[in-house]
Design a protein around this ligand. Sequence first.
Ligand code: ZN
Length: 154
Amino acid sequence: MSAAEDLRDLYRELILDHARKPRHFGKLANATHEAEGINPLCGDKLHLYLRIDDDASIADATFEGSGCAISVASASLLTDIVTGLETEVLDDLVDTITTRLSGKHKDKELDERLSKLRALEGVSEFPARVKCATLAWHALRSAIHNDKDAATTE
Ligand code: ZN
């Protein structure tokens, strides 16, 4: 088996692991920010909760909802990644990630924290799945900006 295939298997494992056992799953009782994300094309629906501290960093992030393996894995990875980050970096982060996942730009190196997202980058070959993978990140943007309307991929 080639190194590339090994890596693909590893990524598939990571996605399935997060889809089967999502991290930070459930409602966040003391959430300060929240948003809904809907991907009508696939039927993915999730609700993202954030607790943002006085120093404007994310103290906690959780999500609930249901959807395909990719949407759930992406949301699970998101909650892992954003915890501890300052909110002022999040807009850039969402841009970087949605651009990468849609395959528009990949040559920028990912830092250590984002390296797990490489597992999701395979979706860029499948436009319909890009919406599954980016759904949680659109919801993240809505949550930080306190948009009341659900973030939708359509
Ligand atoms: Zn989906």
